[in-house]
Design a protein around this ligand. Structure first.
Ligand SMILES: Nc1ncnc2c1ncn2[C@@H]1O[C@H](COP(=O)(O)OP(=O)(O)OP(=O)(O)O)[C@@H](O)[C@H]1O
Length: 237
């Protein structure tokens, strides 16, 4: 795959030890997009993100960022390239303050963090209000906002987000999805895994249905939501 994709997986096989999870997986993310990856438990959605972020090295195929091969590059180097990752769990340091968490997000930067912190505090006033509080005292939704903001300290142009709504009450999840949209509006392309397929696709431009490590469907998000087969097989009717 080539062209002007920001991020692409091209015919990627990947997995853990000897266990293959991704099988000829091809997908891409373009500038400005939110793309949602849905599919059943164990389909390999998180594995896509881990392979894109260098936590796993592709066995076959290529991972490209602006057409440059980054397959298997160390995560710390990938972060410097401009890709951020918000894992599903344990994505903040509970015993550190909000501000310390944000500063941890910037350890790979060697310039002054103040301007970017100010921008993030403007964007997420909640974090400024609580900047001296320990992250463990935040609610689940607030933690997700902190995890997003922490990844944004590096000013990535791609953000990989694993299940932003996991474990959150519906209203709280809606707030986090709104924040994801806002992050996207700050010129960040987003590849998001989401268990809540309807809501995830609801804020996305395009989507992929992954099943057994392979892309089964890809389309505009609206089309996937309207697709009867996708609906029956993957969206619970
Ligand atoms: N660290 C690991 N070591 C070995 N196998 C793993 C590891 N992490 C995941 N797997 C296996 O890889 C397969 C795909 O997992 P993955 O987490 O990518 O799925 P997923 O689509 O994100 O599903 P879920 O919604 O359950 O998180 C599963 O069979 C899982 O058991």
């Amino acid at each position: 795959m080539s062209g002007d994709h920001v991020l692409a997986l091209d015919a990627v096989d990947s997995g853990y030890g000897e266990v293959q999870v991704l099988d000829d997986c091809t997908l891409h993310l373009d500038e400005g997009e939110i793309v949602c990856l849905i599919g059943p438990n164990g389909a390999g959605k998180s594995t896509v993100l881990k392979t894109a972020f260098g936590m796993l090295t592709p066995w076959e195929g290529a991972v490209t960022y602006h057409d440059r091969d980054i397959g298997g590059m160390a995560p710390e180097d990938i972060v410097r390239e401009g890709i951020g990752f918000v894992p599903q769990t344990e994505n903040v340091f509970g015993s550190l303050t909000i501000e310390e968490n944000l500063r941890m997000g910037g350890v790979a930067r060697d310039d002054d963090l103040e301007p970017v912190l100010e921008t993030l505090y403007d964007r997420f006033p909640l974090l400024e209000e609580k900047r001296t509080a320990k992250a463990q005292n935040l609610s689940g939704g607030q933690r997700q906002v902190l995890a997003l903001a922490r990844a944004l300290v590096m000013e990535p142009d791609v953000l990989l987000i694993d299940e932003p709504s996991a474990g959150l009450a519906p209203n709280t999840a809606d707030g986090v999805f709104a924040d994801v949209q806002e992050v996207n509006a700050m010129d960040t392309a987003i590849l998001m895994v989401e268990q809540n397929a309807k809501k995830g696709l609801g804020i996305s431009d395009r989507g992929y249905v992954l099943d057994q490590g392979t892309v089964r469907f890809e389309d505009e998000a609206d089309e996937l939501l309207d697709n009867e087969e996708v609906s029956k097989l993957y969206l619970g009717g």
